[in-house]
Design a protein around this ligand. Structure first.
Ligand code: G
Ligand code: G
Ligand code: G
Ligand code: MN
Ligand code: NA
Length: 254
C-alpha cells in the first residue's frame, strides 16, 4: 500500500522515465527501439518494471502509467520525424492486457497520435501471451480497432506463456518476439536449437516478422540471422538507455 501511494505520487511528479533499447536488422541497420520504463524514486532508488508493474496492474495504476508512457513515446516518434536517421524507426511500447482492455483505450491512442503528430504505422504495441488467457473475442476486436488506426502489434516473450497456437492466427499481429530464455543458450546448447527453429518456422508460416531479444553474444547473433530472424535486440547491440541519450547516439542531427 505504501508503494502504491508512492507510485501515485511518482506519476504526478514525473518520476517514471522512458528508456529505449535499439533494434537492428540482420545487416546491422538501426530499425527501431523498445521503450522500457524506469522509476526514479524520490529516495534515490531506481526501480525496474519487474519491481512495480505487478503492483501497477493489481492497483489499476497501469492505466494512467501506460497512458503516460504512450504519450511520451509518441512525442519521441514525432520528434524523430525531423531527423534523417531517426525518422523511419519504429517504436515498440509494452502494453499490459489490463491497459488494452481499459475503457476507451482505442480512442485514447487515437487522440495521442493526433495530438503528438506521431505516425501510427511507427507505433508497435507489444502484448504478452496473457492476451490468450481470456476474453479472446473482445481482445481481438479491440486490436482490430487499433489496427484500423494503423497501429501494429507484436507478441512479446513468445514461448513462455499460454501458447494456444490455434488462437495465434486470430490475432492481428505483425511480429513475434522470441523470448530471451530461448536465445540465451542457443549458441552453446544443441537442445535449444530445435526450439528456436520451430518458433521461427511457426512465425514464418503465419507471415510474421521475427524479433529475437536478449542477444548478448556474436555467436547467438550469427545463429539467429542464419535461422531467419529479421530483427535483433540485446546487450550485444545496445543497452536500454534514456531516450535523450538514444537520440544523441543515433540522430544525424538533421
Ligand atoms: O526493462 P526491463 O528489462 O527491466 O523490463 C522488464 C519487463 O517490464 C519487460 O518484460 C517489459 O515487458 C516490462 N515493461 C517495461 N516497460 C513497460 C511498460 O511501460 N509497460 C508495461 N506494461 N510493461 C513494461
Ligand atoms: O518486454 P520484455 O520483458 O521482454 O523487456 C525486455 C527486457 O529484457 C528488459 O528488461 C531489458 O532490460 C532486458 N534485456 C534487454 N536486452 C537484454 C539482453 O541482452 N540480455 C538480458 N538478459 N536481458 C536483456
Ligand atoms: O550496466 P547497466 O547499468 O546498464 O546494467 C543494468 C542492469 O542490466 C544490471 O542489473 C545488469 O544485470 C543488466 N545488464 C547490463 N548489461 C548486461 C549484459 O551485458 N549482460 C547481462 N546479462 N546483463 C546486463
Ligand atoms: Mn517487451
Ligand atoms: Na520480451
Amino acid at each position: 500500500a505504501m508503494l502504491e501511494l508512492a507510485m501515485r505520487e511518482g506519476l504526478l511528479a514525473r518520476q517514471f522515465v522512458l528508456f529505449c533499447q535499439p533494434q537492428f536488422d540482420t545487416r546491422g541497420r538501426l530499425v527501431g527501439a523498445e521503450v522500457l520504463v524506469r522509476w526514479y524514486r524520490s529516495n534515490g532508488e531506481i526501480l525496474s518494471p519487474d519491481e512495480f508493474i505487478g503492483l501497477a496492474e493489481s492497483s489499476g495504476l497501469i492505466v494512467p502509467l501506460g497512458q503516460y508512457v504512450l504519450e511520451e513515446a509518441c512525442h519521441a516518434l514525432a520528434r524523430w520525424q525531423d531527423d534523417h536517421s531517426l525518422r523511419e524507426l519504429e517504436l515498440a511500447v509494452n502494453v499490459s492486457v489490463r491497459q488494452l482492455r481499459s475503457a476507451n483505450f482505442t480512442e485514447k491512442v487515437a487522440d495521442i497520435l493526433l495530438e503528438t503528430g506521431a505516425r501510427a504505422s511507427k507505433l508497435c504495441l507489444e502484448l504478452t501471451e496473457s492476451v490468450f488467457a481470456e476474453n479472446v473475442a473482445e481482445t481481438v476486436e479491440r486490436m482490430d480497432e487499433l489496427c484500423g488506426h494503423g497501429v501494429q502489434f507484436s507478441l512479446d516473450d513468445f514461448g513462455t506463456g499460454y501458447s494456444s497456437l490455434s488462437y495465434l492466427k486470430r490475432f492481428p499481429l505483425t511480429a513475434l518476439k522470441i523470448d530471451r530464455a530461448f536465445v540465451h543458450d542457443v549458441h552453446v546448447n544443441p537442445d535449444a536449437v530445435p526450439i528456436v527453429k520451430a518458433i521461427i518456422a511457426l512465425a514464418r508460416s503465419l507471415k510474421l516478422e521475427i524479433v529475437a531479444e536478449g542477444v548478448e553474444h556474436e555467436a547467438q547473433r550469427n545463429f539467429l540471422i542464419d535461422s531467419g530472424c529479421n530483427t535483433l535486440q540485446g546487450y550485444l547491440l545496445g543497452k536500454p538507455m534514456p531516450i535523450s541519450e538514444f537520440e544523441q547516439m543515433y540522430s544525424s542531427g538533421c
